[in-house]
Design a protein around this ligand. Structure first.
Ligand SMILES: [Zn+2]
Length: 115
């Protein structure tokens, strides 16, 4: 999996990524390769996201969709949704896919985190 090197020279920050994001990048990597794309993480914990973004606490990642047609981008998020289930939100943005593990929803539904 490639890591995007930003214009400022800072790589996507993956330190302290939460365990739940493994499933997300594993699904993305597999599905992206199947569609002929090159898997790349474009943002981890760094960058500027919304104030309460899950990015800052390691529960969200952004992934490249470069080279995919719009229909393949949609297929990618549909496939990832099948892989990841209802505790993850997968959002197709203009130049990336945002994936987060919705911690609040997970705990409301009785999710038990293993530390
Ligand atoms: Zn994001």
């Amino acid at each position: 999996m490639n890591l995007k090197q930003g214009a400022n020279g800072i790589r996507a920050e993956l330190g302290n990524l939460q365990y739940e994001m493994r499933a997300a990048y594993s699904s993305y990597g597999k599905r992206m390769r199947y569609l002929g794309g090159v898997p790349e993480i474009t943002s981890g914990r760094e960058g500027s996201h919304g104030d309460s973004s899950y990015h800052y606490v390691g529960y969200a990642l952004d992934f490249s969709i470069e080279g995919l047609s719009l229909s393949d981008q949609r297929l990618l998020i549909t496939n990832m949704g099948d892989d990841l289930g209802e505790l993850y939100d997968i959002v197709l943005e203009s130049d990336h896919v945002h994936v987060e593990f919705d911690v609040a929803r997970a705990f409301r539904r009785g999710y038990k985190k293993e530390f």
